[in-house]
Ligand binder design. Structure first.
Ligand code: FUC
Length: 770
């Protein structure tokens, strides 16, 4: 007990709290913690290694570790393009120009949509159920459950009859397994039975050798086969296996190692062997101690996590359970709660997106149902992009690799869609994709026909180059994909007979107003894409002919327009409605994440964008509010951005689909509702935009600092041009900034109206004061 007391006292001091606080009510500053087990999924705590994810519930008598593997999906390899769809294209456009939208949508619904109409769904995998027959729930005291973001580990501990039980769960990237460590501080007091359960009807379980359980099966609707394997190791006590469970009796500690794999190799290849994959993971784990696996995991995680530090000034220590802390923040401002949300966003990206794996989907990696909302796919008319907004600026650039891999995939599968639906060169992705990299328009013609999903995603390739400066990346990965996207739009843009300008269409302004010609968003995205291809081809010294075609087409694309209400028009026609609070704010793309609307370069459009944003209001779904944080930051209104952050940080419970409301669940997962991870990532990215921006050719310091954060510091942010940026501020003013130049080259640093210009050499560190 004395040792335990010392540990608690130490964590008390680390938390900056007072040693007189009750022992169980303190936690590490960067942790989410609770004084009770999770009773629902959105209270459980997530761990992940980019491929295997788990949600830990922490029940004392029954633990539930619900897990996923990123490639368990319905369906199989398939080309979704509709052969010959292009034959209807000119008729659809003609109907739209003639104002016959309903007829255009009806025609498109029959002849222009994906075959089949819907894409496939991400699936649950199963649970590890761990039953503790000797623990009496009524005698549990000092219960504590926490997710420490710094070590990426969930710990549950409690006392029963003088015995302290501790469980530690983490998902290791180096070892490709989830590890659950169970200990009792009195020898021989640990007894439990572990049972893997499946979310799929077609499965079988069996014991493998003396210490493994296997659960194999396949999805009902598709070709994915899977296996989960559990290795059970106990220190002291006995392990007995049957074909469903492993029973451990009288142990002092035990380690469960969970491996999970499928036959998925790529969108076109399902010839993998899940059993062989798990054999390899288990064989590696068998030779390693728990301590060695833990050390490798923590080192791997911290190499990412510790790159950025954020301190938003003083607020209460982390001394109330996190859900109650969210509630309390409505009465007492708690800037460090925003810092916790920021770090949680970075944590979730580290846990859900690792090179070689799938990109974070609508729920990242975590999913407890076989019918998840929107199939937990990749929706690319905002959601997937938002997932990766923080990767470059938040110093996690390597974690965007799965997104780039997916882009390479859709640049292949999107060729048949470009050809069959548009008779166009290059490739196209509409508003969704799945594990099989569907690219054709899905669901309904009024919102599924939106051809700029791939072009928007291609912005991330340009960013990776702008922030990281790798010519090899530009030449080998970014340019071929961006070039193919640009070729598509050279063929897809047509002349608007009314204005003589080039317009995109048929399309829609996501996801309202129906099928139209020329939504503002498309044009902003296409201009940005063309700019990136023009610049990249110059840098690489290739494609001079294509470059001049792009330059002349770009100049002819329909321009942004300011409408009768002083707003930035969402469509070619001035039909915006000042009472429209739709969650999508697509027409402001040029303000964020684009860069064509800025205060200094385009002041009239900048004011019009603000007007449009005022009309949309301060509510919305989770991701909508997260986007608005970024918009208000770009508009240099820190207090308004902070108000949106506060609206997003509102506790909710509902998992039913609602198109207004937003908020966070007790485990700080963002609520659309239902849970959608984009809001977590978008909020983290928005906090960076409040503190530093670099899209307008300058590194701007504290562009949108709210009055609520008078003191603070941040380190390790990244700016375009290859700079690492540290900042400190006091009394609401910049104290000092340090830039480290990773590539060398010029930089303009701005604070308010003042600027400084520097020439830097590679590795140079400059200290900036204004
Ligand atoms: C788009 C959005 C919804 C939701 C879904 C996954 O359809 O309009 O709000 O985020 O994607």
């Amino acid at each position: 007990m004395r040792a335990v007391h010392r540990i608690l006292l130490a964590s008390c001091l680390i938390a900056g709290g007072s040693a007189s606080l009750p022992a169980q009510s303190v936690a590490k500053p960067l942790s989410l913690w609770y004084d009770r087990p999770a009773t629902q999924w959105v209270e459980a705590l997530p761990v992940g290694n980019g491929r295997i994810g788990a949600m830990v519930f922490g029940g004392p008598t029954r633990e539930r570790v619900q897990f996923n593997e990123a490639t368990v999906w319905t369906g199989g390899p398939h080309d979704y393009a509709r052969p010959g769809a292009r034959r209807q294209l000119s008729q659809i456009r003609a109907l739209l120009y003639a104002g016959r939208q309903a007829e255009a949508e009806a025609l498109a619904q029959v002849h222009f949509m994906s075959a089949p109409l819907r894409q496939r769904a991400y699936q649950a995998f199963g649970d590890l159920r761990i039953d503790f027959p000797t623990i009496d729930s009524a005698s549990v005291t000092e219960y504590h459950r926490e997710l420490d973001l710094d070590s990426a580990m969930v710990t549950t501990r409690f006392l029963v009859g003088g015995v302290r039980y501790t469980r530690q769960t983490f998902a290791s990237h180096p070892d490709q397994v989830v590890v659950v460590r169970l200990t009792a501080d009195r020898p021989g007091s640990l007894s439990f039975a572990v049972t893997p359960t499946s979310a799929h009807r077609w499965h079988l379980r069996k014991a493998v050798g003396a210490d493994q359980l296997s659960m194999q099966g396949m999805v009902e609707d598709g070709v994915i086969r899977f296996e989960a394997r559990v290795l059970v190791r106990a220190d002291g006590g006995r392990v007995v296996l049957d074909d469903t469970s492993a029973t451990v009796t009288g142990a002092t500690s035990a380690t469960l190692v969970l491996a999970a794999a499928t036959n998925f190799v790529s969108y076109a290849d399902v010839s993998g062997d899940p059993l062989a994959r798990n054999d390899a993971s288990i064989a590696r784990a068998r030779g390693r101690s728990f301590a060695a696996m833990l050390a490798a995991h923590v080192a791997d995680h911290q190499a990412f996590f510790r790159r950025v530090r954020l301190d938003l000034g003083s607020s209460a220590p982390n001394d109330v359970p996190t859900d109650q802390r969210v509630l309390r923040s409505k009465q007492h401002d708690d800037p460090q709660l925003a810092a916790l949300l920021f770090h949680y966003g970075r944590y979730l990206l580290i846990a859900s997106s690792r090179p070689g794996g799938q990109p974070a989907n609508l729920q990242g990696l975590w999913n407890d149902t076989n019918t998840p909302p929107w199939d937990s796919k990749w929706t690319v008319n905002i959601n997937t992009e938002m997932n990766y907004w923080l990767a470059e600026s938040g110093n996690l650039a390597e974690l965007a690799e799965p997104l780039f891999h997916m882009l390479r995939d859709v640049s292949e599968t999107g060729r048949s869609t470009a050809r069959e639906h548009y008779g166009a060169r290059g490739w196209v992705l509409h508003h969704n994709t799945d594990l099989w990299r569907g690219t054709a328009p899905i669901n309904k013609s009024d919102h599924g026909i939106w051809p700029t999903g791939g072009a928007w995603l291609a912005q991330h390739l340009a960013w990776h180059w702008e922030y990281g400066g790798s010519r090899a990346f530009l030449a080998d990965t970014a340019y071929p994909v961006m070039r193919g996207a640009a070729l598509f739009f050279l063929d897809q843009l047509t002349v608007d007979p009314r204005s003589g300008r080039l317009v995109s269409g048929p399309s829609n302004s996501p996801e309202q107003g129906g099928l139209v010609m020329g939504p503002t968003m498309d044009h902003a995205i296409i201009r940005d894409l063309f700019d990136n291809v023009i610049r990249a081809s110059q840098t690489l010294g290739v494609d001079a002919g294509l470059r001049s075609e792009l330059v002349s087409a770009r100049a002819r694309i329909a321009a942004n327009r300011i409408g009768r209400l002083g707003q930035l028009q969402e469509w070619l026609e001035d039909r915006d409605d000042s009472t429209n609070e739709h969650r999508h704010v697509s027409h402001l793309w040029g303000l964020h994440p684009g860069r064509e609307i800025t205060r200094r370069a385009t002041p009239a459009l900048f004011d019009a964008a603000r007007r449009s944003l005022e009309f949309r209001g301060d509510g919305g779904t989770g991701w909508s509010m997260a986007w608005k944080i970024n918009f208000w930051a770009r508009l240099h209104d820190g207090d308004h951005a902070h108000r949106l952050l506060g609206n997003l940080l509102t506790l909710t419970g509902s998992r039913d689909t609602e198109y207004k409301g937003g908020g966070v669940y007790p485990n700080l997962f963002d609520a659309h509702p239902p849970f959608q991870i984009d809001g977590n990532f978008g909020a983290a990215a928005g906090i960076i935009e409040m503190l530093m921006q670099s899209h307008a050719g300058e590194v701007e310091l504290l562009p949108a600092l709210p009055a609520a954060w008078p003191e603070g510091r941040v380190s390790g942010l990244r700016a375009r041009g290859g700079f690492e940026v540290d900042l400190a501020w006091r009394a609401g003013r910049l104290a000092e900034a340090t830039l480290v130049s990773r590539q060398g080259g010029p930089v303009v640093v701005r604070y308010g109206e003042a600027t400084r210009r520097y020439e830097t050499s590679r590795g140079q560190r400059i200290v900036v004061r204004f």
